[in-house]
Design a protein around this ligand. Sequence first.
Ligand SMILES: [Zn+2]
Length: 482
Amino acid sequence: MYLYNSATHKKEEFQTHTPGRVEMYTCGPTVYHFAHIGNLRSYIMEDVLEKFLRYEGYDVNRVMNITDVGHLTSDADEGEDKMLKGAKRENKSVMDIAKFYTDAFFADCEKLNIKVPEVVQPATGLIDEFITTVQGLLDKGFAYFAGGNVYFDTSKLDSYHVFHNHEEDALDVGVREGVEEDSNKRNKNDFVLWFTKSKFEDQALKWDSPWGVGYPGWHIECSCISMKFNGEYLDLHCGGIDNAFPHHTNEIAQSEAYLGHPWCKQWFHVAHLNTNSGKMSKSKGEFLTVSLLEEKGYDPIVYRFFCLQSHYRKGLVFSWENLDNATVAFQKLISRIAALKPDNGEVDGAVLAEYEDKFKSLVGNDLNTSMGVTALYDVLKAKTTDATKLAILASYDKVLSLSLLDKAAKVREEQAKAQTAKAAGGYTVTGEGDPAIDALVLARGEAKKAKNFAEADRIRDELKAMGVEVTDVPGGASWKKV
Ligand SMILES: [Zn+2]
């Protein structure tokens, strides 16, 4: 495949250190609050990338960290460690907060059909490794101890800026990181590897170290976790574009200084999800979560579909209207798939292979997921058996993960049920998808038709006791839970 590499600013042929195997790393969530759907856009696109690489035949080892030790970036305006802030807000311990929001993150991932990486490592579980690496950087002369903290010395590197073409002087780290200029630093791009002194004096989690009781800097956790589980050579590092600087720049600095050789081949950055008022963030405007989408009646998979319709390197504008449009398009697509008959003809292996190759070349052009979605409609129009079309759609869905065939099967099932009800006397029951309640509502309808009103009322009371409200509609009844 061809993939844009943000380190070289070029689209390049994807290559791996070990042929056939991809060592892939993803910056995981900071677990002090729910992920907003802007964060989840990155995880959706990274999931499609991983699945596409598998589709191409690669064996993928994907590693993700969980940031459960507070990190400093962008905390200046809050003046408090994020984890501790979350704990205070909810009157829980820091570790309870981390566990709760880690579980919530993976629950969201499941709803969005995002696969769990092979390795998920909370930062608090690898403190000894962080200390070893920091000590290694000190031993090699790439770090220094000042004012109680260990700093990485960026002046010891041949080059520091990878992702941005800024002149070094133009980089105002203090402002960019949202942290006041630290007078212990020898160079303004230097960053902390280990804190024993920070403005967050009441940091909840601290560990003993050769430099005093403290906690690791944020950047070091990703380098260490990747080096431990991906090995010394990383093929693909992923994250949201806001992590490119300083986080990823600093990851490269410390990993290459520690290893003594180039570290990561390709960098994959996903652009922001924007609202009409700008970049989505946790502190601004409506806090958009997967749960909120569900509360408003949206299928989370429609959000995935919405994300796939645009390119990962372009900013995407979220609005309820855009999500409504995606819902209509997705429902139409599903009903067209539902109209295909699984027992219509045999699967034509040659056609299947031809369409799979086409999909690989379309999506393999810098993960062009919108072309991948368009390809679904081409399949529906193809001149081949329904069985073949369904096989191709199932194949594409290994990458897109839109549950296309499951959803279509459900639509077919409901249509069959409605047909049966019609055949049973033209009385149709619509409800919230509970066959037991459907049967009761149908029995009530039959009792009414037979003028057995006592029985009809008895069933209505029974349903009422179950919290089900029945409304008579032309040709049947509908019910809902109240
Ligand atoms: Zn990271």
